[in-house]
Ligand binder design. Structure first.
Ligand code: ADP
Length: 599
């Protein structure tokens, strides 16, 4: 799998498109307010000049001729300042609304990508690094890009207006203004790259820190953590990783600060020259006091704008680096897709066949499943047995097309499943995985999750629950089927592992798919409950094709046919009686297990 980095391209253009797609209205308003805001400072500078000149004239004449004009100017200055402030506040509000829209849009892009990706990606640490980087940057980075672009445009406009003013004073002042900022700009650009590379390299360490944090604060680790007294050790590991991360970051920022201070000297020198010249021109009466005030403010503002423009430019460069991580994630390709010519899965009318199948997990060389062949007829109940690690669960994942074989094929009614849309094909299956999910939702919802595409059907939920024997327990909960189960949220009730397993079974039954796969469905049930469930087994699997994986041979003998998996291939096949008679691996395993019970 390749997780390329595509930093060189002008990705910010793509990011702007994302912002536009997420909230075109707010983006337009944001641009509009920003343009308006860039005009206020110039108006203010001009009004201050008029005001100072008016005051100076009035003071010189010692009369009150100009006093009403002065009052008007004062009012105009105050109103302009107010409008500027108001536009700033409104601009913030608009930006917030826009970033909220964008955030939600980006989350949905990331989530839908994550849902579509093949399981293979989840085996790869690089996937988690890529996801972590994308999740860190995606929600806000495109907006930063737009704001930086707006800020560049606004800053340039204001700067142009201010420079237009200053050029009247002396063209050299404009040059000084620009030159004084060059070291600062270089600095930002250089450190944007340094910081980006640092963050990219540090993603695995940052994930490790997050992992230790979860070990210290999560629900699942909480019991072992206490019993084995692991808290202090994990705290140490967390601190070690956290401090290493932060110390390196601080050291980069320290270097940057030092150079920033040097860059500051250039700016101070520029001020010295400009102030000296303005003072000289005023003293020699080349310019009025009002002009002096105007030029001083214009020079200061010019400095601010130029800083804004260039830090936005550097910011844009930085954004372009960081947004590449988001696109890198969004561009990951799924391999488990419908290969043309695409065909409909249909309804499963005759058989599923596995032919000469080879499979290994990514990163392992030796095939786990080798030259595996098997056939399942519609309506049959098959049991799959084999030692731990023989590959039974893996075979189930391949049958459901969560993975594709490396060689060989799986056919449904004679058609290769690689030509079918995986999501449509998977609708034919209902599975209780060995590591089934616990959803901290209501009991009813937990069962409904089996067929979430259709509206909830309370009757079916109840009948599925009663088939697995969990109905009574749910009815007795404070809010019955509406009681939230699990322990994450308020007003919820935790269940035992065996009870969760029954819920998971009810979920699988609710799905009502033609093929039911039960991977160790009763491992956590006590003997009595297991007996109850299996005595209903025929009823549960009625009208369905089922595959049962179990280590308990008493359950396995319920199947029409038993397949024995060993070293990645099917070594025996037949009914319980036939296999016992054959005296092979199955009979050996069965005899061992049943002799284990003899005291
Ligand atoms: P079984 O269900 O027969 O106990 P599995 O199919 O779960 O066996 O596992 C078969 C082998 O594949 C085991 O050795 C296991 O370590 C390995 N394995 C299982 N899942 C993965 C995975 N996601 N990535 C790599 N190896 C895996």
């Amino acid at each position: 799998m390749n997780y390329p980095s595509n930093k060189s391209r002008l990705l910010f253009i793509k990011a702007v498109r994302l912002v536009w797609e997420s909230a075109p209205g707010w983006a337009t308003t944001n641009i509009f307010i920003s343009v308006i805001r860039s005009i206020f400072p110039l108006v203010l500078v001009y009004l201050i000049k008029q005001l100072v000149d008016g005051i100076a004239e009035a003071a010189g004449q010692n009369s009150d001729i100009n006093s009403s004009l002065i009052i008007w100017y004062i009012l105009a200055v105050v109103i302009t300042i107010f409008l500027d402030e108001a536009a700033t506040s409104l601009g913030n509000l608009v930006r917030n609304k826009q970033s909220y829209r964008l955030e939600s849009y980006m989350h949905s892009l990331l989530h839908s990508k994550s849902i579509q990706l093949d399981l293979q990606h989840f085996e790869n640490p690089e996937y988690y690094d890529s996801l972590a980087r994308a999740a860190r940057e995606a929600p806000y980075r495109p907006n930063t890009i737009v704001n930086n672009l707006i800020s560049i445009a606004r800053g340039l406009l204001s700067l142009l207006l201010m420079a237009g003013l200053l050029i009247y004073l002396h063209w050299l002042i404009v040059i000084i203004l620009l030159a004084a900022n060059i070291p600062g700009i270089w600095l930002r650009l250089h450190y944007a790259g340094v910081l980006y590379n640092f963050k990219r390299e540090q993603t695995p360490a940052a994930r490790k820190t997050a992992y230790f944090k979860w070990l210290l604060t999560g629900d699942r680790p909480s019991r072992e953590l206490r019993l084995f007294g692991l808290g202090e050790y994990f705290t140490k590991l967390f601190n070690k990783n956290f401090n290493k991360l932060k110390e390196e970051e601080i050291s980069i920022i320290s270097k940057r600060t030092l150079i920033e201070l040097v860059a500051g000297i250039f700016k101070a020198a520029a001020f010295l020259l400009a102030l000296g010249y303005i003072a000289k021109e005023t003293v020699s009466s080349q310019i009025s006091v009002g002009d002096m005030a105007m030029y001083l403010v214009a020079f200061r503002q010019g400095m601010v704008y130029i800083k804004d423009v260039f830090s936005s430019l550097a910011g844009l460069y930085e954004d372009n680096l960081f947004i590449s991580d988001t696109f890198e994630f969004l561009n990951l390709k799924e391999k488990i897709v419908a290969v043309p010519p695409v065909i409909e899965p249909g309804n499963f009318s005759s058989s599923i066949k596995v032919e000469n199948l080879f499979f290994s997990y990514p990163g392992t060389s030796e095939p786990l499943l080798k030259n595996l062949n098997l056939g399942i007829r519609k309506g049959e109940t098959i049991a799959l047995v084999g030692a731990n690690g023989a590959g039974k669960s893996t075979l189930v994942r391949l049958l459901c097309r969560l993975y594709d074989p490396i060689e060989g094929k799986i056919t449904l009614d004679g058609k290769n499943i690689t030509h079918m849309d995986p999501a449509l094909y998977r609708r034919l299956f209902s599975v209780i995985f060995q590591d089934f999910m616990l959803y901290n939702l209501s009991a009813g919802d937990n069962i409904w999750m089996g067929d979430v595409l259709k509206p909830q059907n309370r009757e079916r939920i109840k009948s599925s629950a009663s088939q697995t024997g969990i109905d009574e327990l749910i009815e007795a909960l404070p809010k019955g089927y509406d009681t939230v189960i699990g322990r994450l949220f308020d007003d919820s009730r935790e269940l035992s592992w065996g009870e969760w397993q029954k819920i998971a079974m009810a979920r699988a039954l609710y799905r009502n798919a033609p093929v039911l796969i039960l991977d160790e469905p009763t491992s956590a049930l006590d003997a009595t409950t297991e007996y109850e469930v299996f005595s209903r087994f025929k009823e549960i699997t009625r009208d369905r094709t089922s595959i049962l994986i179990s280590h308990r041979f008493s359950n396995v003998s319920l199947a029409d046919r038993i397949l024995v998996l060993d070293k990645g291939t099917i070594v025996e096949e037949g009914t319980h009686q036939a296999l016992m008679k054959a005296g092979g691996l199955y009979s050996e395993m069965f005899t061992k297990q049943s002799s284990g019970y003899k005291l």
